[in-house]
Design a protein around this ligand. Structure first.
Ligand code: ATP
Length: 221
């Protein structure tokens, strides 16, 4: 919307992504400014999830899933890096469906987000930050994740992403299947994360919500 004055954090050029022979996205050239909230909107199957999986290294699986084109992050080419190196350079993702360790506790799920050597020394302090952001999780730190509500699980997924101190977070389908009041709480946290200077990419089905949080909008057709 108005991000012309922001310096670019991530830029794609001519990006395409394939599942085997199937080309899911094609010729995506976009720039995400430092401190932006970029909302990606588009029909089911337009390739929104594939785009953020491409940025986070999850499409680098040889012939099964691969990309073409460029992804630049902080002036470094990253399109061939494996997913754990992408986390290491400061990009985290909250995946669609959350993908938590269902039989582990809240605390252990969060600590899993700090698995890299760079993150381990800060893990305790980060845990405290996440609990401050989500007091509900602090009260339930020993609870097994599969016994929690969808909204609480989404909070764990966001908290886990924050554990690696990212500069860029990509949120896939944040509000899917959640009650309106819970969505309100989740977006309140996204605002707080954004105000701390973390750049955010949000895939959101709820158009009104997507436009209300965005500083920049990308429509995928
Ligand atoms: P949705 O909102 O439904 O999640 P989306 O915009 O996120 O849609 P993608 O999930 O990125 O879209 O899917 C883009 C295209 O790639 C679709 O045609 C889909 O069928 C295909 N696709 C997605 N995942 C796979 C996969 N693992 N294997 C093969 N094709 C896939």
């Amino acid at each position: 919307i108005d991000s012309a004055d922001r310096s670019p954090l991530l830029r794609t050029a001519g990006l395409a992504a394939y599942y085997g022979e199937l080309r899911a996205i094609y010729d995506i050239s976009l720039t995400i400014g430092q401190g932006d909230v970029l909302s990606i909107i588009g029909a089911n199957g337009a390739g929104k999830s594939t785009l953020i999986k491409s940025i986070t290294g999850l499409m680098n699986r040889g012939r099964a899933a691969h990309t073409r084109g460029e992804i630049n992050y902080k002036n470094q080419r990253i399109e061939t890096l494996p997913a754990e190196q992408i986390v290491d350079i400061g990009i985290a993702m909250v995946p669609e469906g959350r993908r938590l360790f269902a039989r582990m506790s809240v605390e252990d799920n969060l600590l899993a987000g700090a698995f890299l050597p760079r993150c381990r020394p800060m893990a305790k302090a980060k845990l405290d930050e996440v609990f401050e952001l989500f007091p509900r999780l602090a009260e339930r730190r020993q609870q097994i994740v599969s016994q929690m509500s969808g909204g609480e699980q989404q909070m764990v997924a966001i908290g886990r992403a924050l554990m690696s101190s990212p500069d860029l977070i990509l949120f896939d389908e944040l509000s899917l299947g959640l009650a309106p009041t819970v969505v309100e709480d989740i977006y309140h946290v996204v605002q707080q994360v954004y105000r701390q200077g973390v750049t955010c990419v949000v895939i959101e089905q709820d158009m009104k919500r997507a436009l209300s949080v965005a500083t920049q909008v990308c429509v995928m057709l």
